[in-house]
Structure formats: C-alpha cells, structure tokens
Design a protein around this ligand. Sequence first.
Ligand SMILES: O=C(O)CCC(=O)C(=O)O
Ligand SMILES: [Fe+2]
Length: 353
Amino acid sequence: FSPLAPSIKSSSIISTTRISIILKSELDHVGSTSLGTTTFVLPAFNHTCSADYPSPLHKIHVETLMTREEASTCCSISQEFAQQTGKWNAPDSERHESYATCDFPVEDSEKLEGFLHDIGFQDKLFSKLGELYTLKKGDLSFLDLFVAHYKAKGPDGDDDSSVMDRLDLHRDGTLLSFSLLLNSENDFTGGGTFYDGLRDVETNGILQKGGVIRPNQGDAVLHCGKILHGADVVTKGERTVLVGFVEVAEYCTRKGAMGRAATDFGRMDVATRRLQRQRKMGNKSWKLQNGKFLTGHSHLQRIAPVFDSVIRRGDPEYQRQFKLEAEDTLLRSVLLPEEERAVDPLFQEFSVL
Ligand SMILES: O=C(O)CCC(=O)C(=O)O
Ligand SMILES: [Fe+2]
C-alpha cells in the first residue's frame, strides 16, 4: 500500500463484512465498526515517509469499557469525593505542569480504586489496548489515572478560572492514553476529545465537526497520547471523564523516534519566536547584537536581513502541516514490529532468578 494512494472518504459507517473486501486505502480516515469497537484512522500527512501506513498508532478507537451503570457508579463516587475534598474547584497545575485540569488521582479515593478493582477495569483496559496496539498486557502500566471534571462557564461568559470548560491542544507524556465518559452524554453539550489530524475528515456518527469524538457513557476513546489532541469546550452542563496515561515498556519502542519528533515539534516553536521578533522590528532588517552574552569569536554584530523563510515558517498553517508530518513519522516509527522487540531485559533478569 502506498501512502500516496488517493484516499476515499465515506460518510457512512462501514459494516464489519465490508471491511474484508474493501481496499486498505479505503479505510483511511473512515470510522469503521467491528465487534463493538469504532475506529478512526488519522490521514497520512508525510508522503515522503517510506515506513508502513497506517501503523496501529494511527488508529483511534472507541470502545465500551464499562456498562452505563458502572460508569454512573464511578461518577457518583467521584462527585462525592470531589465535594469532600474540593478537588474540582480549581485547576490543579501541580499535577499537570503545562495543562492544569480540575481532577483528582484515582488512588486518592479508596472507594473509587476499590470499585475499579472489583469490575476488573485495569485488566479489561490493558487487554484491549494490547490487542489494538500489538502489545502484551504486561508491557503496559499506568503513569497516571485520574477523574477530570469539565463544566460550562457562566452564561455571561465571565472568566471564572475555578471552572475548567475545555483543554487546549496538547500531547500527553505517554505513548498511550484514554478518556472514558463517566456521566451521561445527555448531561452536557459540546465536550468530547478532539484531534488536530481529524479536523478535515468527513464527519461520521460519533466523529463530529472539527475532529471531535463524542462517545456515549461508559465508552472510552483509546489513542496514542502523542497525537495532538484536546477536550472540546463544554457549553452547557458538566462532563466527567476517567483519564489514563499508559506507559509502554521501552523494549517495544524504537530508540530515538520520540527524540526526533520532539526536536521537530520544538523547531516550529523556535520558528514562531523568530517570526515574532521579525514582526516586532516591523518586518525591517534588525541588528544582531549578542555581545551582551558572548565575547570573542562568538560575538556577532551585523545587520540581519528580513527572511521570507521566517515568514513562511512562522505561518500557523505551515506549522500545523509540519507538525502533522512529524507526528505521522513518529506514529509510523515509534513502535517496533513485534519480531524486532528484544526480550524485556527486566523480564530476563527475573526469569534467571
Ligand atoms: O477530556 C478529554 O477527553 C481529554 C483529556 C486529556 O486529553 C488529558 O487530560 O490529557
Ligand atoms: Fe491528553
């Protein structure tokens, strides 16, 4: 399959029976349903990358992991706990450095932790993630598991900073993540998890305008945490989700893939700052003068010209495309094919004992 092949979009959810006979390229971007799992595939953005597309990580799955009753129980326990501790009253920047959310870690509530244990949640989740992303249950561990709470801001639109109504575009710290809706989808309007890479993909059932996926109560969106995503604004009511950051054992991943992507994402941030500086000078030539910081050979004093390339690379649409390409490369390369994974060194160590 060539990533250059034209992609065919479909406006209808394709049935399981059709999947086996349609071309793989037809599956691009399409929401397909198979045995209770709905899958959306991120489009290929990097057309020069020779690595296979789509990799398992290009796929975002929606999967029922709790019954409505189980999700409701988790929601009531969480509500009760948050009321007692005030955990949902202000975004907590201590736990999530760059993206403060109104949340509490599951381990803080014995009752919630106990309930999740009783319904075998971790086992169910890790088995599913393993099956969908070519991993074993034992390769997965929680970096964080927490309940987040979103609430619409007041009708007068005042900036009530103690309320979280959305989460801006970001990447998680882990390779895998999920977000499971605990309350009823009828309790709020807006909300849902959105993906930059799905922005221009045709809407399809629970995939709505702007690349937003709005699952039902008890359903979880499972995705690679490195895909640029956020939580859409809740415009009415409240939305409560169980969110988990799931670490993948290092021996399953390709060394350097993550570092390369981080460098590429970082290059675009530098480009933004360069453009801001050029604009500040009124797009006129500016004097490069670093003598304040460096002396000797490193001391530069000259006129820096205005670069068209600075303007081009600073353009938000150019940057978005560049980042999507880097993300695509990362998704294709970071997971090692199963046959190339060496035995987990830790496992080896223990098996000798
Ligand atoms: O609310 C959601 O669905 C997404 C949450 C999320 O991305 C996060 O907490 O990192
Ligand atoms: Fe996230």
